[in-house]
Design a protein around this ligand. Structure first.
Ligand SMILES: Nc1ncnc2c1ncn2[C@@H]1O[C@H](COP(=O)(O)OP(=O)(O)OP(=O)(O)O)[C@@H](O)[C@H]1O
Ligand SMILES: [Mg+2]
Length: 287
């Protein structure tokens, strides 16, 4: 069984709510919106009906990406797959732009519940800071995807490490919030969310730093209980198609059928690899 509770991309039966994938990390700029965009397109590419919610009300990167994609499709008369997308402002309303009120959190829960009925999967992008809406989203997650860069600054947002003693000292505020949400889910008799930490902007050189990060990530993975997945290398292609709302998976479309370069093929495999690992819940060794 996969994340969708079945073997292929058949539509979700009305009786079964679609899974919720939350892309989250309180570290800003680690690649959440980039990962969300690629997951959405990758899931659509497999034939799934995808809904998406952008909870980053200030930057709204995911909403802008979806709008760019729609504009590209309209301008060229091309049929590129589109998610059913909701921007954060639709949740907060004009009266509460920060989404701080109970009313906003209730609206979000209502939107999540509704989106789960009519789609195969819901992907939620969250801001790089704690917020009431982000907490609601984490509480609704079946799967949390956390991108991290190969840096101890990024890892510290997951858990604190004593590099000299080679020990994990404890979870970060963000991890504590995730652990609390998991506990609540278990107490509500639902399956606690799975947590995949995905490496992003991986460098091509095997540096001393990369090996230290490997070690630290595997320690954190067993202490905080997440799985580490290989994600995306540092590649221009992961950012240069934003303005046209495309991804490497749409590139044939954008390049008029020209063959893909070796680097583009590698990028496409990285996206497909991540999407299928997430869908099939491949067990990736963490140590
Ligand atoms: N694998 C990658 N290769 C090249 N550039 C990348 C990659 N991943 C992300 N970027 C770039 O890094 C920057 C930050 O990425 P992104 O906006 O996805 O992060 P974020 O976690 O959503 O940020 P925020 O916390 O501000 O919402 C962007 O300029 C994006 O294009
Ligand atoms: Mg973002």
């Amino acid at each position: 069984m996969n994340l969708f509770g079945r073997k292929s991309a058949e539509p979700t039966p009305a009786s079964r709510a679609a899974p919720v994938i939350v892309v989250g990390n309180e570290k800003g700029g680690c690649g959440k919106s980039t990962t969300a965009m690629h997951l959405i397109v990758g899931l659509m590419d497999l034939g799934h009906r995808v809904a998406s919610i952008d909870l980053d009300i200030r930057q709204a990167s995911l909403s802008r990406y979806v709008a760019n994609r729609q504009a590209y499709a309209n301008a060229l008369g091309r049929d590129v797959g589109m998610p059913v997308h909701y921007s954060g402002v639709e949740v907060t309303g004009e009266d509460d732009p920060g989404g701080e009120t109970v009313r906003a959190t209730e609206r979000l829960q209502f939107l999540i519940d509704g989106a789960r009925v009519n789609h195969d999967v819901l992907v939620i992008d969250t801001p790089g800071s704690d917020s009431p809406l982000s907490r609601v989203a984490h509480g609704a997650a079946n799967l949390l995807v956390t991108p991290v860069n190969d840096s101890f600054v990024d890892l510290d947002v997951l858990g604190h490490i004593d590099a000299r003693k080679k020990q994990v000292l404890g979870p970060s505020h963000y991890s504590e919030m995730v652990l609390e949400k998991r506990l609540n889910q278990s107490q509500d008799n639902s399956a606690p969310m799975e947590w995949f930490v995905v490496r992003n902007r991986i460098g091509t050189l095997d540096s001393h730093n990369a090996r230290d990060v490997d070690w630290a990530l595997s320690k954190l993975a067993s202490a905080i209980k997440f799985r580490v997945l290989p994600g995306f290398s540092e590649r221009v292609i992961f950012r240069e198609l934003f303005l046209v709302g495309l991804t490497i998976l749409d590139l044939k479309e954008a390049s008029g059928g020209k063959p893909l370069s070796a680097s583009h093929l590698a990028a496409r495999e990285e996206v497909r690899g991540l999407v299928s690992a997430i869908v099939e819940r491949v067990t990736v060794p963490t140590s």
